[in-house]
Ligand binder design. Structure first.
Ligand SMILES: *Cc1c(COP(=O)(O)O)cnc(C)c1O
Length: 440
């Protein structure tokens, strides 16, 4: 399929790289690839080169590029009504909320819509602060301690970087929000020791994505829930990357701990397949045993909001994406395809891979940096080992994403075909073999 490129008024003769270097802030280390067109699992660049896209815009393109479900919803809703203010009754929010509550969560609660993952987490943090005012310490002062974990990632707002357990996102931006502590992930003893009178919430990713595909243990998730219940603190799950089918279930944590009941959940990335949208679910439960106010009603009129969040166009696209995931049973597909990929790669016993791990189609391949260095294809001064492999894979036609210094991540569309997976596996095998022999 050859789609004509839209004519831009007074298009520049400069290259894309030149335009970006001159006119955009250098806050991304961009790879030398200028995508022009996408179709399912495939991406085509300005030079007509073709790539199998297993990065999916970092877990965003849950149905691949430009799927008919999305283009139809965009066009139909785009002709009907694109935006109106949250001062009015937006039916799509009601329908999308109903889907998230009834089908995704299967647990009573209410939803709030915004534009990104960081904004969704911001809403969780503001909910925790309000809750801390409503359920103060013995001396009457508000509780404000929020426990998060090392190697977590919660977005780039001040709330997000304060919550994130990685120094690189915080450096140079202090002072940050107060009240956050970062503990080792999956360490129940450290969690129990850190919980105190001031603790009002735990925020975690059931599968740490950016931090390197670290899966929470069932015992750890249950310990988080028990501590929160005992101390009336909130269990907040950041499902921005792991939610909505990615891990083989609507709820990222359910393959790990099926009966866990969080107090609030954030989503973004895959929710609308590339249309910017974030969402939060808040549980319907009393704020405290002596209070009739429900947690899902704590953010009352005037307390929080956004202009774009949950506009009719975004809601229509999200409903189309989630309906398609449901119709095609893509949660189950994600679970079994992902398990096959992890099993296959582990069976290679490849010298450059120390482990393959994941849940559903959220998969990480951990590179063995010593073996990579010994092969002569990379040295520490070259930067992250993961990026060296990501670049080599890109040169061979496979797009992936680094997750920290050692992990190469696969986030293919949930509707990826087994043929496409086999193609990706053979590309990766060939690239790794070449690197193991000293090639780049
Ligand atoms: C990507 C991500 C975010 C931030 O989402 P943005 O849409 O980039 O603001 C937050 N949490 C997790 C777990 C993420 O993966």
């Amino acid at each position: 399929m050859n789609v004509p490129v839209p004519a831009v008024a007074e298009a520049s003769s400069a290259s894309t790289a030149q335009l970006l270097a001159k006119y955009t802030v250098p806050n991304y280390g961009r790879l030398p690839l200028a995508p022009q067109r996408g179709d399912g699992s495939w991406l085509y660049d300005e030079n007509g080169r073709q790539f199998l896209d297993f990065g999916g815009g970092v877990a965003v393109c849950s149905l691949g590029h430009c799927p008919p479900a999305i283009t139809t919803a965009l066009t139909e809703q785009g002709h009907r009504l694109i935006h109106c203010s949250n001062w009015y009754q937006i039916r799509g929010q009601g329908e999308l909320g109903r889907f998230l509550v009834e089908t995704v969560m299967e647990s009573p609660g209410k939803c709030l819509f915004c534009n990104s993952g960081a904004e969704a987490n911001e809403a969780l943090l503001k909910l925790a602060r309000k809750f801390g005012h409503l359920t103060p310490k013995a001396d009457g002062s508000p509780r404000r301690g929020i426990i998060t974990f090392n190697n977590s990632f919660h977005g780039r707002t001040f709330g997000g970087i304060s919550a994130t357990g990685q120094d690189k996102v915080k450096t140079g931006f202090g002072p940050l929000l107060e009240g956050f502590s970062h503990l080792p992930f999956n360490d129940i003893a450290a969690l129990e020791a850190a919980f105190n009178e001031d603790t009002v919430a735990i925020l975690l990713e059931p599968v740490q994505g950016e931090g390197g595909i670290h899966i929470a243990s069932p015992e750890f998730l249950r310990a988080c829930e028990q501590l929160c219940t005992r101390h009336n603190a909130l269990l907040l799950l950041d499902e921005v990357q792991s939610g909505l089918g990615r891990t083989g279930h609507w709820c990222g944590w359910k393959p790990i701990a099926p009966n866990l009941t969080p107090d609030a959940v954030s989503w973004a990335k895959g929710i609308a397949g590339g249309f910017p949208l974030g969402a939060v679910w808040i549980r319907d439960r009393p704020v405290s045993s002596s209070d009739h106010l429900a947690l899902c009603d704590v953010l009352g009129p005037g307390s929080h909001g956004t202009t774009y969040g949950g506009n009719p166009l975004g809601c229509a696209v999200a409903l189309a994406v989630l309906s398609e995931i449901k119709r095609l049973n893509l949660c189950a597909a994600s679970a079994s395809l992902g398990a096959d990929i992890v099993r296959t790669v582990n069976a290679w016993h490849h010298p450059l891979i120390s482990s393959a791990r994941g849940l559903g189609l959220l998969i990480g391949f951990e590179i063995n940096p010593d073996a990579l260095e010994a092969s002569g294809s990379w040295k520490h001064d070259d930067g992250m080992a993961s990026m060296a492999v990501v670049k080599a894979l890109m040169a061979d036609g496979l797009l992936t994403v680094a997750a920290g210094p050692l992990v190469v991540r696969w986030l293919p569309p949930l509707n990826v075909s087994t043929d496409e997976i086999n193609t990706a596996l053979s590309i990766m095998r060939r690239t790794l073999d070449r690197m193991a022999n000293g090639g780049k």
